[in-house]
Design a protein around this ligand. Structure first.
Ligand SMILES: Nc1ncnc2c1ncn2[C@@H]1O[C@H](COP(=O)(O)OP(=O)(O)OP(=O)(O)O)[C@@H](O)[C@H]1O
Ligand SMILES: [Mg+2]
Length: 500
């Protein structure tokens, strides 16, 4: 049997258009599968010729030719519908990276050719201007997804057991280790899963770690309190430019609170975590929290304002709701398939990047050899077992900091009203971006504005229409609220460009 390479096949095909169906390889199953894909696309008014190009043990590879007026984007937009209609195939990925041809990979089971190393070695990663790039994975079109951990500024990762949480954390840690070899980023890892061996032990000894992998909740609590002290110290010092970013990863983070019997200690740890979440970014401190199923109300509360979220396959739609704010992640296939939500992009379905344990070892050995500690202020936690912590929460520094940097819901609502008044339309995501807040807080702001008669929701997810067009239109309830909170009439008029 002649085995055509994909490229020669595509060339051949273009040369002899129109080609008969199955001009690629002569595999009956692949030809019939190709016909089915064509049929499903046709039902959606998308016209393609699907040419089998390769059959491997675990997958079929097709080259797709667009016909009539069908565009490449029509093919990619409809790919999930076609996959759903085909039923049996869990893996259905378009690859549009080659400008000349569209490739479609179809498999019954999820595939793992989503190499992290491919991203790390790609020039987009090398040249990336992001501060702390994280090679999350690939989208349906095979495009790499790289995001900035510094921008998140914290990340919540949720999913059932075996869904791929540790694998995703591994990719995140390897992205940092690969990119930052001069000590500008330090990492603190708490693995509280309670397993005998931590998945992250392989990192022990690496110079960018702030402490060896922590597996005991009580040592983890000390580390968190010390991290909090570091935050206060940094904020007093103010000049952050030379201080390394600190990424603190906590796998199964609710266990941080387990086994505490005394209320005072519990309050200390909770407040330290809440403070780190609300203002750690001002001190270049970022948290990455992983969890299977956050059930405790206080834990749910503390994660409510995290803006970057990754949901892997969840055991139940209610868990998806806790993690993403909506159902959907229970339908993922597992093994690293994820929904990524960030302020500007929602519902991005990705296949998480993957690196094998063997590859991690080889890469870490190389990183260790080439590591060159240039930063003079590494964040190191020595002798955690014996460290004593003299932390006083809610001390003066912390309070004045709170006033200065952390906006209360009330201040955000006032600012959001003034900001919205001169606009035609606003949206939840704009509010999140404008005030660096999470989805839940933005919903609260919108609800209150609606209650004051300032906005109404447009149909079809089109955002919110702002009602007042001038000072006189502002409903009495809203006007009173603004005045009660010290906003003068002239200030309100000024946003409409009116004079008193
Ligand atoms: N991105 C991925 N690509 C391919 N396979 C993956 C990916 N992520 C996870 N897997 C597969 O799923 C298995 C379980 O992944 P992982 O250990 O990361 O899950 P987990 O959510 O951390 O589970 P646990 O809750 O038990 O710690 C891995 O051994 C791997 O085979
Ligand atoms: Mg795990």
């Amino acid at each position: 049997m002649i085995n055509f390479s994909e490229q020669s096949l595509a060339q051949l095909h273009h040369q002899y258009l129109p080609a008969p169906m199955g001009a690629g390889i002569n595999n009956k199953v692949a030809i019939s599968l190709g016909k089915q894909i064509e049929k499903h696309y046709k039902a959606l008014n998308v016209y393609v010729r699907v040419i089998p190009s390769e059959v491997k043990e675990d997958r079929y590879i097709f080259i797709l030719d667009t016909l009539n007026r069908t565009k490449d984007t029509d093919v990619s937009k409809n790919v999930t519908t076609v996959q759903r209609r085909m039923k049996k195939y869990e893996y259905f990925r378009l690859d549009l990276r080659d400008m000349k041809s569209i490739k479609l990979i179809v498999a019954e089971r999820p595939l793992t050719d989503n190499s992290l190393i491919e991203i790390l070695e790609h020039q987009d990663f090398a040249k990336s201007k992001l501060k702390i790039p994280y090679a999350i994975g690939f989208d349906d079109n095979g495009n790499m997804c790289i995001e900035d951990i510094a921008e998140f500024p914290h990340l919540l990762l949720g999913g059932a057991s075996n869904s791929g949480k540790s694998t995703a954390i591994m990719s995140l840690l390897m992205s940092i280790a690969f990119k930052h070899r001069t000590g500008n980023v330090n990492v603190l890892i708490l693995d509280l899963l309670g397993k005998e061996r931590s998945d992250f032990d392989v990192f022990n000894g690496q110079q960018f770690l702030s402490a060896p992998i922590i597996t005991e909740p009580d040592i983890g609590r000390k580390a968190i309190l010390l991290l909090y002290e570091e935050k206060i110290r940094r904020l007093k010092n103010r000049n952050l430019s030379y201080m390394p970013h600190i990424i603190c990863v906590i796998d199964e983070f609710p266990r941080l609170y387990s086994g505490i019997t005394n209320k005072e200690d519990m309050d200390k740890v909770k407040s330290a975590m809440n403070e780190l979440l609300s203002s750690g970014r001002h001190a270049n401190i970022h948290l990455v929290l992983a969890v299977q199923n956050p059930v405790r109300e206080d834990v749910k509360g503390s994660i409510a304002n995290i803006t970057a979220r990754i949901a892997l396959k969840c055991a139940h739609y209610q868990i998806s709701k806790t993690i993403l704010g909506r159902a959907g992640a229970e339908k993922l296939v597992g093994r690293g398939q994820m929904i990524f939500d960030f302020i500007s992009e929602r519902d991005k379905i990705l296949q998480g990047s993957y690196i094998s344990h063997k590859e991690i070892k080889v890469l870490l050995a190389e990183i260790e050899r080439t590591f060159d500690q240039q930063n003079k202020y590494p964040f190191k936690l020595n002798n955690l077992d014996t460290a004593s912590i003299s932390m006083e929460l809610n001390n003066k520094d912390c309070e004045s900091f709170q006033r200065k940097y952390v906006k209360t819901d009330k201040i955000i609502l006032l600012e959001a009203i003034m900001w919205s008044l001169p606009q035609e339309k606003i949206s939840n995501s704009r509010i999140q971006r404008e005030y660096q807040i999470g989805n839940n807080r933005a919903i609260r702001v919108l609800d209150q504005m609606k209650g004051m008669g300032l906005i109404y929701e447009l149909n079809g997810n089109l955002g919110w229409k702002v009602i007042p067009k001038c000072f006189e239109n502002i409903p009495a309830k809203a006007l009173n609220y603004l005045k009660e909170n010290g906003v003068s009439e002239s200030k309100i008029r000024a946003v409409f460009g009116e004079n008193m």
